[in-house]
Design a protein around this ligand. Structure first.
Ligand SMILES: [Zn+2]
Ligand SMILES: [Zn+2]
Length: 276
């Protein structure tokens, strides 16, 4: 694993006090640690429990106590390690009713499961978590709006075929925006995937392209936005450079100055919640 990259923290390279560590992002596993001080929650756990611990250590965040695991949806790249990690840490797993029903057999012996609902905020690890409906071929997928104690706000949307009005509303005014930037449309169309899979990815319940993420910025960017991170980049149908180029071009068209980064599959990225 390469040394973790950081964005939005101060030049002295101290770890940001509040932020999100994207431990892994992509079709081979997703997990992100959202934290404030020494408490935090994990969004998704598509890595082994061991890998989650290793990556948190590599990000310099071993002091953060994970108080809960929240799930966006039930696909394996988001939940493969959840049972083992929840049992190991002794923490609850939170997900929508549809996600919990789909995972029922996998979560029988975790310490606790709690249902969350789109539009209903919950308090966890000192953070306020508001789930909102996303658009994906899963039982009841959601994205999250998360407010830190400092009142800074993080938006998190991965695995969504479109950015529906409901998402735009929930993500309005975010200071840090982590949004799926799964594929370059040209690379997907010319790439090796079979036609049915290409159709699925491009459908309204598939994945956001670089252009989709860039287009979403038009409705979501504002003067207070400090960082945008592309999520779930395909290793077959995208490159970090292509994703960054699309997001950067959108930023420049908007005349704004927020930082742009891409989360990767194999190296953590720590992103400060605070202003740059
Ligand atoms: Zn996924
Ligand atoms: Zn998915």
């Amino acid at each position: 694993m390469t040394f973790p990259r950081r964005i939005g923290n101060d030049p002295a390279a101290t770890l940001p006090r509040e932020g999100i560590a994207l431990l892994a992002s992509g079709s081979h596993g997703n997990a992100a640690l959202v934290y404030s001080g020494s408490a935090g929650m994990l969004i998704d756990c598509g890595l082994s429990a061991k890998q989650v611990r290793l990556r948190i250590a590599a990000a310099g965040l071993s002091h953060v106590r994970i108080e809960a695991i929240v799930l966006t949806h039930e696909h394996a790249d988001h939940v493969a390690g959840v049972r083992v990690l929840a049992r190991h840490l002794g923490v609850p797993v939170l997900a929508t009713g549809g996600t919990l029903r789909t995972l029922r057999d996998d979560l029988t012996d975790v310490p606790e499961t709690d249902a969350i609902r789109a539009g209903h905020a919950v308090r966890l690890a000192g953070l306020t978590l508001l789930p909102f409906r996303s658009s994906h071929d899963a039982a009841e997928p959601v994205g999250f709006r998360i407010e830190f104690p400092s009142a800074r706000v993080l938006g998190y949307l991965s695995d969504s075929g479109v950015v529906a009005a409901e998402c735009t509303e929930a993500l309005a005014g975010c200071h840090v925006l982590a949004i799926e930037s799964n594929h370059d449309v040209g690379m997907l169309e010319c790439g090796p995937y079979p036609p049915f899979l290409k159709r699925r990815i491009r459908s309204a319940v598939g994945h956001l392209s670089n252009d989709d993420a860039a287009a979403a910025l038009v409705g979501l960017a504002h003067d207070g936005l400090s960082t945008v991170v592309g999520l779930h980049l395909s290793e077959t149908n995208n490159t970090p450079l292509a994703a960054l180029a699309a997001l950067t071009a959108a930023r420049d068209r908007l005349g704004l100055r927020f930082a742009v980064a891409a989360a990767l599959q194999h190296a953590p990225l720590v992103c400060a919640a605070g202003a740059l």
